[in-house]
Design a protein around this ligand. Structure first.
Ligand code: ADP
Ligand code: MG
Length: 611
């Protein structure tokens, strides 16, 4: 429960709505509770006027609400016919029902609307926290978990801040109002009538615990089921090509079976729960009629037939709110568990923080790695060891090496996706930790190794990193990335949607759109991580030719597993297991006859074979 305290800031923010909502709940119940009194009066009035057999005039006037008493006095003051009085009372009861409905409407408009506002703000709070967290965090979390927090958990918390609060307010006001008027009418009868209520409360509490446990189980098996289905949809091509439909169906059926078993368990408990509540409440009604009847027959109490009718109506009013106690309690339990998860998540501090010491608005592009040691958090893989590299402004450096040798890690460290474990990375002579993080990343044009395109138009994908861009900027970038001809071939050209419901692009096309996204920016530093792996040799040549011009004034780090001989690098670095094993110019490395020379020879042979 204490976890829900973190919602107080929201409740305080929306205190006017919340306060008004509670007043409306009270008012709606107030008008509700008046109708038994009007009914009681009209029964008494008819009995009295027609002098029906067995009618005993009450010893004293019933202690109704002031409003009802006022109405009774004005009716009795006028000499209305019986028919008129009955009709009048009918109209009053109708008006009371309308008033009740009106305030119920207002109650929902305040409390439920408030809960939707809170939900909205909480979703934004969670999302913006996601954006602050670093790459290392994402490596340790499953997407399903991340999704759940922003969708499932937030809506469970909303069930507390909306419906549960509404039900609670309703319960308290219904019980206090009806018991108040019942006690005023006949305190002894009230005691008898309410006697089953404690039993009811205990039953509800016990059964509710069972229901809660079972629903948790259902939730869990449902999440297995959805994960299962989701993986099958996205992996459908693999499933089909390996002819595993039957096996997958069997797997899914087992999950569905588990879900069915859990749901049926809950259905059974609920099937017992609601009838027993009805039984206990029926018992109250029975007691009212029996004991009230005895009082009436013996005449000792001030009880008439109208009293019995009033009590039965009060008890009916209590039925729904009381039977909702269990539901409300489990809503609160679940909300508390969800809020706990949300709080745990919000308490995670991002490992990479921007604490700029230096005021800079742009970077020139002198890059220096000083004795960098880097160990990946969680896995403990030592990806860079004693790594030193100096790149002067305007130099072009190629980084070559086997997969897993640490090439991509260099790019990750330069962009501060991770902080170095030891040593330092400097740009323009200052440690990158002292530079504003957003500025650092804005000043580097980066093509990641794995392409990611958003489900959006080609134009928006290319212009993604820019605050403002025009169609002609996008087109120029596409030309530089040699993808403009293919885009022109699509019927909607730059407005073509890509992604799940749009066109499916080939690996090479995706790669080049991702390159165009980097080339539309014009910063001083460029980092390309193996971004030509899926394009053919001719396109590669085209891109490299346009790159030559684009890179003219820029500092460039080009990570590649192919050697671009037509591109003159100032330096080539060969990495092996996190260390530099060879470095120099293309010619120097060829003369060394090491890894680089061997790779070059192999590539030459391949190229010859292809041509
Ligand atoms: P390359 O780009 O040369 O193929 P990487 O820099 O991606 O190599 O990886 C270097 C080493 O670090 C590899 O052993 C790889 O398994 C490990 N590694 C890469 N990324 C991560 C990560 N996010 N978490 C843990 N280990 C990683
Ligand atoms: Mg890599």
């Amino acid at each position: 429960m204490k976890h829900l305290k973190s919602l107080n800031k929201y409740f305080w923010k929306y205190r006017v709505r919340l306060g008004a909502g509670i007043v409306f709940v009270f008012l709606s119940n107030y008008f509700n509770v008046l109708s038994p009194q009007v009914t009681g009066f009209v029964i008494d009035f008819v009995q009295r006027s027609l002098n029906l057999p067995g009618y005993k005039a009450p010893g004293k006037k019933p202690d109704y609400d002031g409003l009802v008493n006022g109405f009774i006095n004005s009716v009795e003051g006028n000499d209305f016919s019986i028919g008129k009085v009955v009709a009048l009372c009918g109209v009053v009861i109708l008006v009371l029902a309308l008033l009740r409905g009106f305030f119920l409407f207002l109650m929902r408009q305040t409390i439920i609307v408030m809960s939707r506002y809170i939900e909205y703000e909480q979703k934004n709070e969670v999302y913006s926290h996601y954006q602050k967290l670093d790459t290392a965090f994402y490596k340790t979390q499953s997407t399903g978990d991340l999704m759940n927090r922003i969708a499932e958990d937030v809506s469970r918390v909303r069930m507390f801040s909306g419906p549960a609060i509404m039900y609670l307010a309703n319960l308290v006001s219904v019980i206090s109002l009806s018991v108040f008027f019942m006690l005023k009418r006949d305190s002894e009868l009230t005691m008898y009538v309410l006697a089953p209520l404690p039993v009811l409360a205990v039953t509800i509490y016990l059964v509710n615990n069972t229901i809660h446990k079972r629903s948790e189980k259902i939730q869990e098996s449902l999440s297995h089921l959805t994960t299962n289905a989701q993986e099958s949809y996205s992996g459908i091509r693999v499933i089909k090509s390996f002819v595993q439909e039957k096996a997958m169906l069997g797997f899914f059926t087992r999950n569905a079976e588990e879900f069915k078993k859990n749901v049926l368990g809950l259905v059974k408990v609920e099937a017992i729960y609601f009838p027993s509540i009805t039984l206990l409440i029926g018992l109250s009604t029975l007691l009212t009629i029996m004991i009230g009847g005895l009082y009436y027959i013996r005449g000792g109490h001030n009880v008439g037939i109208n009293t019995i009718v009033e009590f039965v109506m009060y008890i009916n009013m209590l039925t729904f709110p009381v039977s909702a106690i269990g539901l409300t309690a489990s809503m609160i339990q679940r909300a508390a568990a969800s809020q706990k998860r949300i709080n745990e998540f919000l308490d995670i501090k991002p490992a990479i923080r921007s604490q700029p010491v230096l005021v800079k608005t742009s970077l020139d592009g002198d890059i220096k790695f000083n004795n960098v040691n880097f160990v990946y958090p969680h896995t403990g893989i030592n990806a860079l060891k004693n790594f030193n590299l100096e790149i002067k402004k305007g130099e072009k450096v190629a980084i070559v090496g086997r997969t897993g040798s640490g090439k991509s890690t260099i790019a990750q460290l330069l962009l501060r996706m991770y902080d170095v474990t030891e040593g330092s990375v400097e740009i323009d002579g200052s440690n990158i930790r002292q530079i504003d993080l957003a500025m650092l990343r804005e000043q580097i044009s980066y093509v990641p190794q794995d392409v990611f395109l958003f489900s959006d138009t080609i134009e928006n994908n290319i212009g993604f990193g820019m605050n403002h861009f025009t169609r002609s900027d996008v087109e120029k970038a596409a030309v530089k990335a040699s993808v403009e001809k293919e885009i022109a071939g699509f019927s909607q050209q730059y407005d073509t949607m890509i992604g799940e419901r749009g066109v499916t692009l080939s690996g090479g096309q995706k790669q080049r759109i991702s390159i165009a996204r980097a080339l539309i920016k014009d910063p001083g530093i460029v980092v390309f991580d193996d971004c030509l792996s899926a394009v053919d040799a001719r396109t590669e040549r085209e891109i490299l030719t346009s790159l030559n011009e684009y890179l003219l004034e820029k500092t460039a780090i080009i990570i590649t597993h192919r050697i671009f001989s037509m591109f003159s690098f100032d330096k080539v670095i060969v990495l092996e297991d996190g260390r530099i094993i060879e470095q120099g110019t293309h010619e120097q490395l060829l003369r060394q006859e090491g890894y680089y020379a061997a790779l070059y020879k192999k590539q030459q042979q391949q190229d010859k074979a292809e041509n």
